[in-house]
Structure formats: structure tokens, C-alpha cells
Design a protein around this ligand. Structure first.
Ligand code: PGA
Length: 414
């Protein structure tokens, strides 16, 4: 069965936040690969732009003009497709044709090739090697840009089942933590309405310190119940807290402003008290040096750059030079083509950075994230806990385990 692209289609659909989203079909010898681009809320300044200035409709118009160039191209040539898109757009951030289209077409292509060849997508991405499941990282309580006023300033309090031996148990552990968090919120605030943020995390009327206590108690309760360790993770999404004019981190709910060194001390005090396994974006997106200080000071916690690196290999190499962070977030649509994201993962691995393959806050029910996480040997897959668009990725890991496994959890020291 050939993998040449015979035809392509594209349309605007809607994501989990009700925003316009670019979806592409790639047709290969009677098989259709399909992918829909996700969208961020707390986006990094150096990300690929989702749409050209003329918006989603402009992206569709551009698609009509360039899509014939892809016909005849091999749908499983991930690197070649990335190069082709760079030639077509010729801007570093895909501002002519839009990064959303580039994401959707390059992922749909591999999806089509996978169907045509009868080879699972993760193997087309990762080749023949020993596979291990990523640890699922799930948002259980949140605030910031993903929730309304009154919720915590910190964007995400997460659950990471570091002691799980099977992926099913790991996913179930996060679900139990999510339920436990609700119980503990209701104990503290009987008027809690059950409101959730964009990623399905509870969005209570609590400040950061109260939220930390609740999530810490929840992960410990679930650890005791299941007999393996579940740890906390935190995504500060600090670029959203940082005010460049005052050069301070503004926690408006608590009414405090932190200088850079106060922010670092705040993060270190949280590490000391709650020993989280994972901290994402503790400083704003251009503070490579601050990341480096924090990485040196915190031994047992992964310091992960999202807005800092934006899945961009050059930014990562800048960080590697000074030891900024020891973990990266990989969000394919931050960079555009799947091929560029795979190159980023390779560079991260070569420099011993832990790779977290992540969803976006605005998502579709696509399951491809699970295949990308396995394909790049990502140690962590960040994809929420509940909600159809979050669970779609987690359930795919369970199916993969049944059809192609069983796989152990990937090797990672905590
Ligand atoms: P986003 O963040 O809003 O940029 O997609 C999502 C996340 O980091 O979980």
C-alpha cells in the first residue's frame, strides 16, 4: 500500500473552549488521516502563530493555494513534510499560513500513513525500540488564565502517580485524586458549585496556599489508598503572573508582588514543604538564568520549561548552555510541524532533559497525543484528567497497551 498523499481537505471546526479550530484530512489510497489543531490560553510569545492576520478563514484560503504542493508527497515522511512547510511559509513562526494548519496537516499525514501501512502511529514516529508508557500528569485544581476570578493565581495544581507500575493504574490514580480534591474543597467551602476550568480541573474560590494544602492532602490520601506514591506537580504559568513594567510576579488574589528572588524563594519553599515531582514555568518566559538558579537549588524536583522553550530547538540549546531547567514541555503546535517537534524531543533527550508531551487548554477529542508521547519516549504525558477531550488521549494509552503491549512505565528516577 502506497503512502503518497492523494488529496487533502480542511475545514474550521470548534475546540473544547468553543473557539474556531483548523482540522485537516489527508487522503492516502482510500484511507483518511484526520487531525484538529489545539489552542493555548497561556501562550508563549515565541510560539508559532495559530492563524495568519486574516484569521481562521484566511488559513483556509491559504490552504486552498498551497495544498496541491503536498499531493504526491509521502505521508510518512515526517522530516520532509516539515521542510516543505518551511519552504511554503518562509517565516520563522508560520505567520503567513498559520501554525494550526501546519500542525493539523503534518499530524493527519502520519495518521493516514499509519492506517495505510497498518502500523500504529507511535511506531511510525519512534521506529523499532523498547517502548515504555509515559506517566500521566493531570490538572486537578486550577486558576490563572484557565479559570475565572476568585480562583487561585497559580494556573495548575497537578497529580503525578510516580509509583504506578501499569498505565491503567496511573490513569486511575489521577482520577481518584481529582475526586478527592473535590471532597476536600467541599469540606473547606460547602458552597463550592463544582465549577471547573478549561482543562477540567476544579476552579474553587481558594487562594494558592489553600489550594496547595488541599492537593497535597489529596495526593497523599490516594497514595495511601492505592499503595503507591502519587506526587504533586505545579504549573505556575509565570509569564501570566509577570508584569514586565514592575519586573515583578503579581499574585492578585493574594495581593502580593514578588521580585525575581522572592519568586525563587517562594518556589523553593513550596519544594521544601510539599516535595512536588514537577514544577513548570516557575519564572517568566525569558528568564533563562532564573531557571538555571532554580534548577541548581532544587535537587528532587523537575524544573520544566514551557513558555521558556516553546518546543523550539534553538531556545532549548540556549537553555542547555547554562543548565536552565532539566525538563521540557513538548507541544507540537507551539512550533508547527510534527517533524520540528520530534527534532526538539531528540535534542532534549540528548541533553538529558525529561520530556513532557502536552495537550493544550483548548483541545479536540483527537487521541494522537498518546502516540506522540510514546513515539518520542516522553517520560510524562500531560493531558488533564477528566472531560472527553482529555480522556481521549488517556484511553488511547490503555488501548495501545492492550494491542501492542503490555509496556512497562518508562524508566525515570524521582
Ligand atoms: P495552554 O496551557 O493554555 O498554553 O495550552 C496548557 C497547559 O500547560 O496545560
Amino acid at each position: 500500500m502506497g503512502t503518497e498523499i492523494r488529496d487533502l481537505k480542511a475545514r474550521i471546526v470548534f475546540n473544547s473552549r468553543g473557539e474556531k479550530a483548523f482540522e485537516a484530512d489527508v487522503i492516502v489510497d482510500g484511507f483518511v488521516g484526520r487531525a484538529c489543531a489545539p489552542a493555548g490560553a497561556s501562550t508563549g510569545a515565541a510560539e508559532a502563530v495559530a492563524f495568519p492576520p486574516s484569521g481562521p478563514e484566511g488559513a483556509l484560503q491559504a490552504f486552498k493555494e498551497y495544498s496541491r504542493k503536498l499531493v504526491g508527497f509521502k505521508s510518512d515522511d515526517i522530516v520532509g513534510l516539515a521542510e516543505l512547510f518551511h519552504q511554503i511559509d518562509q517565516t520563522p513562526n508560520f505567520c503567513k499560513i498559520g501554525g494550526a494548519a501546519v500542525f493539523a496537516i503534518t499530524v493527519a499525514s502520519v495518521d493516514a500513513a499509519s492506517k495505510a501501512l497498518g502500523v500504529p502511529m507511535f511506531k511510525l514516529i519512534g521506529g523499532e525500540k523498547e517502548y515504555g508508557h509515559p506517566f500521566p500528569l493531570g490538572n486537578v485544581l486550577g486558576g490563572g488564565k484557565h479559570a475565572g476570578p476568585g480562583s487561585p493565581d497559580i494556573q495548575e495544581f497537578l497529580s503525578l502517580p510516580v509509583g504506578a507500575k501499569r498505565v491503567y493504574d496511573a490513569i486511575y490514580a489521577n482520577i481518584l485524586v481529582h475526586k478527592e480534591v473535590r471532597k476536600l474543597i467541599e469540606k473547606k467551602d460547602p458552597s463550592f458549585s463544582g465549577g471547573k476550568g478549561d482543562e477540567g480541573a476544579w476552579a474553587p474560590n481558594l487562594n494558592d496556599l489553600e489550594a496547595l494544602e488541599i492537593v497535597y492532602e489529596a495526593v497523599n490520601n490516594v497514595s495511601d489508598k492505592l499503595g503507591f506514591k502519587v506526587k504533586m506537580g505545579i504549573d505556575f504559568a509565570s509569564s501570566s503572573l509577570y508584569n514586565p513594567e514592575t519586573k515583578s510576579y503579581e499574585y492578585s488574589r493574594r495581593g502580593v508582588k514578588f521580585s525575581r528572588s522572592e519568586q525563587i524563594n517562594f518556589v523553593l519553599s513550596i519544594i521544601d514543604k510539599y516535595s512536588p515531582a514537577y514544577i513548570e514555568d516557575p519564572l517568566f518566559e525569558d528568564d533563562f538564568e532564573g531557571f538555571s538558579i532554580l534548577t541548581r537549588e532544587s535537587k528532587r524536583t523537575y524544573i520544566v520549561g514551557d513558555d521558556l522553550f516553546v518546543t523550539n530547538t534553538n531556545r532549548l540549546l540556549e537553555g542547555v548552555k547554562i543548565g536552565a531547567g532539566n525538563g521540557v514541555i513538548l507541544k507540537v503546535n507551539q512550533v508547527g510541524p510534527l517533524g520540528d517537534a520530534l527534532n526538539f524531543a531528540k535534542t532534549a533527550k540528548a541533553n538529558k532533559y525529561v520530556v513532557t508531551v502536552s495537550h493544550r487548554s483548548g483541545e479536540s477529542v483527537d487521541f494522537h497525543l498518546a502516540h506522540i508521547a510514546l513515539g518520542v519516549s516522553g517520560e510524562i504525558m500531560k493531558s488533564g484528567v477528566v472531560g472527553g477531550e482529555r480522556i481521549a488521549k488517556l484511553n488511547e494509552l490503555i488501548r495501545i497497551d492492550e494491542f501492542y503491549g503490555p509496556f512497562k512505565m518508562i524508566n525515570l528516577s524521582w
